[in-house]
Design a protein around this ligand. Structure first.
Ligand code: ATP
Ligand code: MG
Length: 299
């Protein structure tokens, strides 16, 4: 199944989230059944990230957006933990600091965007400035409504500088959110995740849905597509995202760079070093065996 085709938001196309089934799992029936595929995608991602880093000419930005408890942290943990920490990082967008708030809304996103060879995950992102900011009326409509074009221009600029951009909206149902809130309540290991705002934000579900639908419609572009991922089943969410990331990376034309030294010259240096090392070892053995003989004759 090509999940990129299935879940992509066509540029400019109106999105109706209530028509997308958050329980969708395609022909897969269980986690166990999907496991080998997930594993295969994770291994591919690991190989590709090694190439991305070695190649050093491009970068990858993965944007994760969702309502509370939809699984952004889970995606980060499950899908990206197998990768080499060198060259990968995650940046979480919290309420802007004083310094961040003093700049334009794209300033912090730009600062944390990946450099060449890097893979960066945004856990929430510059999209908060047309989501939470719009829903809570933190700025006027005249301000946030201009941001869609600004975001498109910003992402186009990153893209023309060699950054591939993949944006995922994790789509869960209100029921599923509530059952995850219950898990957070019942499981002491998850209590720390609870925030007061979880419940007040939940009340704003229709407003967030509207804000998400507009963002998805207005900012899904060929150079920075949005994917709406059915995410009630965590394993299916992991399967779909890992496949989309692995497929995208394998089309980036990543290559190991050629050696930047004269290989013949280095090979002959290696052989010389090997001979010298072997000489040192046999010299050491001679000395050792003489020592041993001496101490034996004394005894
Ligand atoms: P979880 O989904 O597990 O609860 P989280 O991403 O909500 O994790 P928190 O630390 O609970 O993490 O929340 C960060 C908060 O910061 C979110 O409520 C988010 O909407 C808010 N935020 C992010 N960017 C902005 C912004 N530009 N303006 C205002 N609030 C923002
Ligand atoms: Mg939260």
């Amino acid at each position: 199944m090509d999940y990129r085709k299935k879940f992509v938001v066509e540029p400019g196309k109106k999105v109706h989230l209530n028509k997308i089934d958050p329980l969708y799992t395609g022909k897969h029936e269980s986690h166990a059944q999907a496991m080998p595929k997930i594993q295969e995608h994770l291994e591919n991602m690991d190989k590709m990230q090694y190439l991305l880093y070695a190649d050093g000419g491009q970068s990858l930005l993965v944007v994760l957006q969702a309502l509370d408890a939809a699984g952004k942290d889970g995606v980060v943990r499950h899908l990206f933990s197998g990768m080499n920490p060198q060259g990968t990082s995650v940046f979480g967008f919290k309420q802007p600091s004083k310094e961040e708030a003093a700049h334009d809304f794209l300033w912090r996103a730009h600062q944390h965007a990946p450099g060449k060879g890097e893979l960066v995950i945004f856990n929430r992102s510059h999209y908060e400035d047309v989501l939470v900011v719009r829903v809570h009326k933190l700025v006027e409509k005249g301000v946030w409504s201009k941001r869609y074009d600004l975001i498109n221009d910003f992402e186009k600029m990153l893209s023309s500088n060699g950054t591939r951009i993949l944006k995922f909206f994790l789509h869960i149902s209100p029921d599923e959110q509530l059952s995850r809130f219950k898990q957070r309540l019942d499981d002491p290991a998850r209590n720390w995740k609870i925030s007061d705002a979880d419940y007040s934000e939940r009340e704003l579900w229709p407003e967030y849905t509207q804000a998400y639908e507009d963002a998805l419609e207005l900012t899904s572009t060929p150079y920075a597509p949005w994917y709406v991922i059915p995410a009630n089943h965590k394993w299916f969410r992991n399967l779909a995202i890992s496949e989309i990331v692995a497929d995208t990376m394998s089309e980036m034309g990543l290559k190991l760079p050629p050696a930047h030294v004269d290989m013949e010259d280095i090979r002959s240096k290696y052989h010389a070093a090997e001979e010298k090392q072997a000489g040192k070892k046999s010299g050491k053995i001679d000395v050792e065996s003489k020592k041993n003989k001496k101490s034996k004759s004394k005894a």
